[in-house]
Write a protein of this length. Structure first.
Lengths: 232, 232
DNA sequence: CTCCACTTTTCTGTATACATAATACATAGA
DNA sequence: TCTATGTATTATGTATACAGAAAAGTGGAG
């Protein structure tokens, strides 16, 4: 029983939400692996709560696509296939393009400044070697953009889609040879938003996703190969 | 206690899913009105089940955005504001455009035929006066397009977004003066997909949404006015 | 040794019980 | 009459109990 989840008990949310956040984080960080079963009593004991909040949390994870339900057998962590990831990225490409276009129309001067700062901070972060720091700077930058759209629903959907690939967020961050490209891509997005050039911004955002897709797909294929080799 | 939901008990799904579908339909058709509280014991009695499946269904409705949770007070049907609807449509415009673009690349000859047939059937439907029949034909047509993309995630997200405005689906269907326009818009979408003309298809899809938005926003303003008048 | 039937265990699905927060109500005081 | 405080009610949050379906284990026959 080595696995022990980090529970944010300091929150004073309903237990189901604490459980929901805990399980989600465990799935996204890979603590709970694809295909792994989520057994209610086991989780209940581990988290020190009853089955009820566990079940309610699982219902939400189910709708979020992070677990799949098998009738009379329970929940298991959703497996990521190359197809499902391409599907996600295909949608995300469209929504990221929409985000930057809307940002062109609606971003304030102040947030444009913040965006520039975020670009610089990302650049700084790449000079250190801490992938977590780089990833955080990357997220911060993209958050500024979607928030600038003022579209609540869009924010929620983009976040959810990002989540689906969270397990791979380090993949393209770690490739140091790509760092200069990432910086340039961010810069291009910033520039086009600052100049309110929607077409250019959309193009840049799509390119940004395309490049991430390449890294991640490459990684998935590597994982699959090594998995197949182990089976032999 | 006039309200009595239509329960599809013939299904042999888990009760929570039966309840989920039942409540969702009740919300989408307006049987459960925005702002109305969903009280667990009440619903449990009404549907003849215990509170457990009710609660689990509510968790899913919560994540789907159809109900909102107030801590220690329970769930209520989400209110639709003009802003929230504009947000939804803004995203939907982008995803519908994506759908037709992908359809241009991926639709089979067979499905292109079906799409044409669906156009004709929609046209036929408008000649009768049954709004439900027209709405059904409209849904069928759009389903062919998103399914042609082969993108599971996209299908799910478009369906979810459609749901959010389901309460208003009759609004633009009912305006008979718009029927010829709707037919023409569908025709234009069909033509551009058949000719694999992505740019034209995207433009047509966006226009289609723009026109729906106008109808619905007009309707919402009417409702708000009459609501305000009643308060006086 | 293998396969099949049967028993046992395990886990989900559902119902119910209990505790507590929130609200409504009523009563007393100013 | 209005406000405030205490009480009663109501509904949620959580835990637990019970029934039944799968899965796993067991034993016997071939």
């Amino acid at each position: 029983m080595g696995e022990q989840f980090q529970i944010d008990m300091n929150e004073f949310l309903p237990l189901r939400d604490v459980v929901f956040n805990t399980l989600r984080k465990a799935i996204l960080t890979g603590q709970l692996k694809p295909g792994e079963r989520l057994m209610e009593v086991h989780l209940a004991n581990q988290l020190g709560v009853s089955r009820t909040p566990i079940r309610e949390a699982i219902r939400k994870l189910e709708l979020e696509g992070l677990v799949i339900m098998i009738p009379r057998r329970g929940a298991e962590v959703a497996r990521i296939t190359e197809k499902s990831l391409k599907d996600v990225l295909e949608v995300r490409r469209a929504l990221d393009a929409l985000s930057v276009e809307l940002a062109c129309d609606r971003i304030t001067e102040e947030d444009t400044e913040r965006l520039l700062t975020a670009c610089h901070e990302f650049e700084q972060a790449t000079k250190g070697k801490d992938a977590a720091v780089i990833a955080k700077a990357d997220v911060a930058l993209h958050d500024i953009i979607v928030e600038a759209t003022g579209n609540q629903r869009l924010m929620q959907m983009v976040n959810n889609l990002s989540e689906q690939m969270y397990r791979y967020r380090f993949v393209y961050i770690k490739e140091e040879s790509r760092h200069d490209n990432l910086i340039a891509e961010h810069r291009e997005i910033y520039e086009s938003i600052a100049r309110r050039d929607k077409a250019r911004a959309a193009k840049a955002a799509k390119l940004h996703i395309d490049n991430q897709e390449k890294s991640i797909i490459r990684q998935i294929r590597l994982e699959n190969e090594s998995r197949l080799n182990k089976r032999l």
